[in-house]
Structures are given as structure tokens and as C-alpha cells.
Ligand binder design. Structure first.
Ligand SMILES: N[C@@H](CCC(=O)N[C@@H](CS)C(=O)NCC(=O)O)C(=O)O
Length: 215
């Protein structure tokens, strides 16, 4: 099996890549990294000293591919399947990348900030940073609510990398800052994502760990 994925089922950026892999039934060897286990953490940092996952290893091509977006680009290029993760048309591809960036930077990062602040040791919280993150998340949801008025998926009719980027942060954002009553188009989009078989599988596999998400 040429592909190994270093990941954790609960980690939202890892889920983004899992969706892409499951969309195309891409075969890979799962390598679960437990960052709370010093041995697992140290072994992973030998592979990728930055210590953030997901990271893909392609044994056949002798390549190490970090960063969720770059992994999906790599899969689209070298292991394509029925779901075209990055559109072939250059203009559409740029728009898909722009959506991916929007979700990563303006939804995923603030959602992570809100959740990880709850894991900080007592006295080490960053209330100002969390307020900023909530404001950014609210602005992003306002914009997405407009954008998703008439669309099925982030790029319109076709599921793409942008939807892989959207599903995990929207799911967790809805847990920490519920938007069902305020952003109905985004909530309906999240409903479609949750029903998509690739993401439904990701959520099922994350289920045993969901209790670890701080309330
Ligand atoms: N830009 C990276 C972000 C990866 C990231 O933040 N991963 C989180 C898990 S969702 C992580 O590794 N957290 C552990 C840590 O920061 O120590 C990507 O897109 O892959």
C-alpha cells in the first residue's frame, strides 16, 4: 500500500483529508497519532518535526506531503477518482482553492482557537483572542449564509476540495457557536455534508472520541 496517513480521527484538519480519501475510495494505511502519548508524539515528530497533522507519506514516490490542502491537491493529481476534488477548469480550480482558503482561515482557525482555549491550563486562557475568533467566525458565517442561498455544494453542483474543507470546521463550529437559528443556509449545507457518505463515515469513526471535545 503506497499511501500512509498520519492522523487522528477527531482532528478536524485530518477529517478534511479523510473525506477526500473516502470520496474516491483511495486505499491508504491509517497511522493513528496520539499527541497525548509522548512516544507516539515523538515518533510522529521524527517524521514531521512541526508536529501538526495530517501528513501523507507516499512510499512509492518517496514523498512526504504535509498540509491538508496540499495533500488533497496531491491526491487529485496522483490518485484521481470519481469525485474531481480540484476542478479541471483553471478558473473553477482557482475558485475552489479560494473557498478552501476561506474555510481554513476564516472558519477552521477561529473554531480551533475557541475549542483549544478550553483545553488551556487554568490562568492561561486568552479571552480577547477567543472574542476575536468568535467575531471572525460570525462574519464568515454571515458571508457563507449569503453565498449558500442557492448552492448545493461550495462550488455549486459539484462536490470538491472546498466541501472537504468546509465540513469539519462547520460541524465543530456548530457545536461551540450553534448557528442553526441564525444562519439557516449554512445549517442546511452542514446537513447535506453530514449526509454525504464520505463525511458520514468520518463522523462515525470520530464518534468514540467525540466526548474528548471540551464543552
Ligand atoms: N495548516 C495545517 C493545520 C493542521 C493542524 O492544525 N492540525 C491540528 C489537528 S486538527 C494539529 O495537528 N494540532 C496539534 C498541535 O497543534 O499540536 C493543515 O491544513 O494541515
Amino acid at each position: 500500500m503506497p499511501l500512509k496517513l498520519y492522523f487522528h480521527p477527531l482532528a478536524s484538519f485530518c477529517q478534511k483529508v479523510l473525506i477526500a480519501l473516502y470520496e474516491n475510495d483511495t486505499t491508504f494505511e491509517p497511522r493513528l497519532v496520539d499527541l497525548t502519548d509522548p512516544a507516539s508524539n515523538a515518533a510522529f515528530k521524527k517524521i514531521w518535526p512541526i508536529g501538526k497533522f495530517p501528513v501523507l507519506r507516499d512510499e512509492e514516490k518517496d514523498r512526504l506531503v504535509p498540509e491538508s490542502t496540499i495533500i488533497i491537491e496531491y491526491l487529485a493529481q496522483h490518485y484521481p477518482g470519481r469525485t474531481q476534488l480540484v476542478p479541471a477548469d483553471a478558473d473553477l480550480a482557482r475558485q475552489a482553492r479560494m473557498c478552501d482558503r476561506f474555510y481554513d482561515l476564516h472558519v477552521h482557525v477561529p473554531m480551533q482557537k475557541i475549542i483549544t482555549d478550553r483545553l488551556r491550563p487554568a490562568g492561561k486562557n486568552d479571552p480577547h483572542g477567543v472574542e476575536e475568533a468568535k467575531a471572525l467566525l460570525r462574519t464568515a458565517c454571515d458571508m457563507l449564509n449569503q453565498d449558500m442561498r442557492t448552492k448545493t455544494w461550495a462550488m455549486g453542483d459539484e462536490f470538491s476540495m472546498a466541501d472537504c474543507a468546509a465540513a469539519p470546521p462547520l460541524f465543530y463550529a456548530n457545536m461551540v457557536m450553534p448557528f442553526g437559528d441564525t444562519h439557516k443556509n449554512v445549517a442546511r449545507y452542514l446537513g447535506r455534508l453530514v449526509e454525504r457518505p464520505s463525511y458520514a463515515r468520518v463522523l462515525k469513526e470520530a464518534q468514540p472520541y467525540l466526548g474528548l471535545v471540551p464543552k
